[in-house]
Design a protein around this ligand. Structure first.
Ligand code: PLP
Length: 382
């Protein structure tokens, strides 16, 4: 594409190293890992190696990695699988700013399985208060799920602290790390979580591959039934090329994550300062510092976010009003409403998100275009 792609939180391009690593498993080495012949065994070896690499990335055992079709399926498996697998009771604790994959899975349990849910409120900065979270846990709570970083405003949650509080009450803890992947460390022991979801297409692997870390002792009721692949936790012929792709992207992330995060955080801070200085009324949403290096979201009161997006696209800048799932929807973002924004202000949101290839000077060049687009939409253009 021409112009600048600032919608990496929606998806990213497949990296060349990833494409090269997966290519053989789409062509010559195309076997089914369950087949008992040389072609199948070769695919099974590639799958096992990919599983080990993903386990190294997450700091867990290979047997604790379940490959899925993406972040949505990993979240579904975590929420439904844990809640139905070992029901201590029928109560789930989560937050109102989770991705739809978590919220709709919880809703399914409420509607069809008689669960109750407590949504722990978040502050204006999008952070969950640990004391409010602890107060929501009950003797019959089966599962707590809080995302590591939010996909719309980029706020990072104190997951290690929340997981420890859940464990004090014997409650298993899941985190959706789909947006955190590539930027934050995902060591499941340091985080203290029992389950963690990731998705390939946010870190340079293709769409349609993801993984769930599920701690060995967790009883996990499968969501997808069939031939019993993935140790019975997720049936379906394995996406070998996808698993190899996810492992390759994970390896690149292990190598580059820290340096990328430092660089992108500095670029983000310069960009935010430039946008706020140039654009009257612009407000950064989410936490001022506990936020993803590659995301900056704003509201521009007095405008319409979708119209600002069109103006930006005319200027060669591709961004989004929030989550890709809600793009084009008339509804105000459930995340911004939960942060306490009025509906009319929430409708003015624009999210910029980028990968490690975008530099500070790229972002600084965008700031005047943002100011220009916002002036145009608010009717203030001279
Ligand atoms: N969770 C979060 C926080 C996300 O941002 C997304 C995708 O945008 C998902 C889950 C779903 O992942 P996938 O697109 O791989 O199904």
């Amino acid at each position: 594409m021409t112009g600048l792609y600032l919608d990496a939180a929606a998806t990213s391009a497949v990296r060349r190293e990833v494409l090269e690593a997966m290519w053989p498993y789409l062509t010559g080495d195309f076997g089914n890992p369950s087949s008992h012949h040389a072609v199948g065994e070769s695919a099974a070896r590639a799958l096992a190696a990919a599983r080990s690499t993903v386990a190294e990335w997450l700091g867990c055992r290979a047997s604790e990695v379940v490959f899925t079709s993406g972040g949505t399926e990993a979240d579904n498996l975590a929420i439904k699988g844990i809640a139905l697998g070992a029901p201590r009771g029928r109560h789930i604790v989560t937050t109102p700013i989770e991705h739809e994959a978590v919220l709709a899975s919880v809703d399914h349990l409420v509607r069809l399985h008689g669960f109750e849910v407590t949504l722990v409120p978040v502050g204006r900065d999008g952070r969950v208060s640990p004391s409010a979270f602890a107060a929501a846990l009950r003797a019959d709570t089966t599962l707590a799920s809080v995302m590591l970083a939010n996909n719309e405003v980029g706020t990072i949650q104190p997951v290690a602290e929340l997981a420890a509080l859940a464990h004090e009450k014997g409650v298993p803890f899941h985190t959706d790390a789909v947006q955190a992947a590539g930027w934050l460390t995902l060591d499941v022991h340091a985080l203290g979580v029992d389950a963690l979801s990731v998705s390939g297409h946010k870190i340079g692997a293709p769409k349609g591959i993801g993984a769930l870390f599920a701690r060995g002792r967790l009883a996990l009721e499968p969501v997808v039934h069939g031939g019993g692949q993935e140790r019975g936790r997720r049936s379906g012929t394995e996406n070998v090329a996808g698993a190899v792709a996810l492992a390759t992207a994970a390896r690149l992330s292990m190598r580059d994550r820290e340096a990328n995060a430092v660089r992108a955080s500095a670029a983000r801070d310069a960009f935010v300062a430039a946008v706020v200085a140039a654009t009257p009324g612009a407000q950064l949403t989410g936490h001022p510092s506990e936020r993803l290096p590659g995301t900056a979201s704003f509201v521009f009161p007095g405008t319409n976010g979708e119209t600002v997006l069109l103006e930006l696209e005319r200027r060669g800048i591709v961004s989004s009003s929030g989550s890709a799932c809600a793009a084009g929807s008339e509804d105000a973002s459930h995340v911004l409403l939960a942060l306490g924004y009025d509906e009319d202000v929430a409708r003015t949101a624009v999210r910029f998100s980028w990968g490690a290839d975008v530099t500070e000077s790229d972002l600084l060049a965008v700031a005047p275009a943002v100011a220009d687009a916002v002036r145009e939409v608010s009717g203030l253009a001279s």
